[in-house]
Design a protein around this ligand. Structure first.
Ligand SMILES: Cc1ncc(COP(=O)(O)O)c(C=O)c1O
Length: 418
């Protein structure tokens, strides 16, 4: 067989028919042909994978200088809290660096059970279960509970974790338009004669638009159609509700959310995921979810940090108060400048820029002005609707927020966005 030659490395080489066909049969051809990232890098327009050398408060050290960061999910600003760090260090001393086994086999630590009990109590549910990532939590819960004979209804704007979870499940899939409960209801009504259970799954806070789900509407639909409701509260835990318990608490509808899915990678300032719900439902997931069973258990350090964060969420509301004060200052400032923040109601504040090229130029302008942030481009958003995805944290100082506003104003005016 003829050797596969990557002629893009040397365009002078002419391919013969045999080489061309060998290249078409090589599954890696697409990888060798992928050069958009290198092109963007050499044009100074690659906004992703930028390494951070150190972080403190709302400022990071990157590209050899101090930059104000906007877009992280450290909503309560706890990643640098000494109590979390020392809890993680103690757990490291007690349990070592890894569980090196599945929860099912040798990987269940007493700390898993402690954390799960504490989460269940915090969220007013019978039981909870932790996962090695929020992503794996979504895969586990949805793939275990949305079975072959069930129908899964999901919001078009749900996070990629829930899209992948839907694909992993054997359920029939129905996508409804974002927060459009009339559309959801039409789909449910059209399935009225079909057998199987109905499950609705939605983000509580949508990770790109910052919208809050219409939970009262979903609960009404769920009740009328006898469906089960799962809410992914990744961006709502610690943020929404007076007690930080998320979307259900925010709307006074905690009992109507059958399963809460969550992550430790945002307000909990750690890594890992969780679910909370009825004891029997959690027990079922624990014994059926392949993305839970066939992966190593969440390590002790991460759990200890999450537990310390939970202590703080329960006893120190001032972090949430400060977060919302910052959100108000930043969002109002951006709106006064004339930016379209797409109706965001949460610490996630998307800034609509438009076409991809303009969003990249916007990002570059901010980067040069000392702002560490990232754009969201298609397919993450609809074509022509690229955004700079900013977010506000509790540990942003007023000065940092003002610097952000000034940088956005300068770049926005320069590019004619405002
Ligand atoms: C809505 C939502 N769900 C799930 C996840 C996955 O969480 P994790 O980072 O813990 O894997 C994310 C992460 O960005 C998210 O935004």
């Amino acid at each position: 067989m003829s050797e596969v030659v990557d002629t893009r490395q040397n365009p002078v080489i002419e391919e013969d028919a045999e080489q061309r066909s060998a290249r078409a049969r090589d599954a890696f051809t697409k990888a060798f042909a992928f050069n958009r990232a290198e092109q963007a890098e050499s044009a100074g327009l690659h906004p992703y994978f930028k390494p951070i050398a150190a972080q403190h408060g709302g400022t990071v050290r990157a590209n050899g200088r101090e930059m104000v960061i906007t877009g992280s999910n450290d909503y309560l600003g706890l990643t640098q809290d000494e109590r979390l760090k020392s809890a993680a260090r103690d757990a490291l001393d007690d349990f070592g660096t890894s569980c090196t086994g599945s929860r099912f086999l040798t990987g269940t630590l007493t700390l898993h059970e402690t954390l799960e009990q504490r989460l269940a109590t915090f969220l007013n549910k019978e039981s909870a279960l932790t996962f090695s990532a929020g992503y794996l939590g979504c895969l586990s819960v949805v793939s275990a509970l949305a079975g072959r004979h069930d129908i899964l209804y999901y919001d078009r704007e749900n996070h990629a974790s829930l899209y992948d979870a839907a694909r992993l499940s054997y359920a029939t899939l129905r996508k409804y338009d974002h927060n459009d409960l009339e559309h959801l209801e039409r789909l449910l009504a059209a399935d009225a004669d079909k057998p199987g259970g109905r499950i609705i799954v939605s983000d509580g806070v949508f990770s790109m638009s910052g919208h809050i789900v219409d939970l009262p509407g979903l609960v009404d639909v769920k009740r009328r159609y006898g469906a089960r409701l799962m809410i992914d509260d990744a961006h709502a835990s610690g943020v929404l509700g007076d007690g930080g318990r998320g979307t259900g608490e925010h709307f006074g509808l905690e009992d109507d959310v059958d399963v809460i899915i969550g992550t430790f990678s945002k307000s909990f300032a750690s890594v890992g995921g969780f679910m909370a719900g009825d004891r029997k439902v959690v027990q079922f997931v624990k014994h059926h979810a392949r993305p839970f069973i066939f992966t190593a258990a969440l390590p002790a350090m991460q759990m200890a940090a999450a537990l310390a964060a939970l202590d703080i969420m329960e006893t120190e509301p001032e972090h949430r108060v400060r977060l919302w004060k910052n959100v108000k200052r930043f969002r109002t400032g951006m709106q006064r400048l004339g930016f379209d923040t797409l109706g965001s109601e949460t610490p996630i504040v998307p800034v609509l820029v438009g076409e991809d090229d303009r969003a990249l130029a916007f990002w570059k302008g901010l980067w040069d002005a000392g702002v560490f942030t990232t754009p969201a481009l298609p397919p993450g958003v609809a074509p022509g609707h690229s955004i700079i995805r900013t977010s506000v944290n509790a540990n942003h100082s007023d000065e940092e927020l003002d610097l952000l506003l000034t940088a956005f104003e300068t770049v926005g005016k320069g590019l004619g966005v405002i």
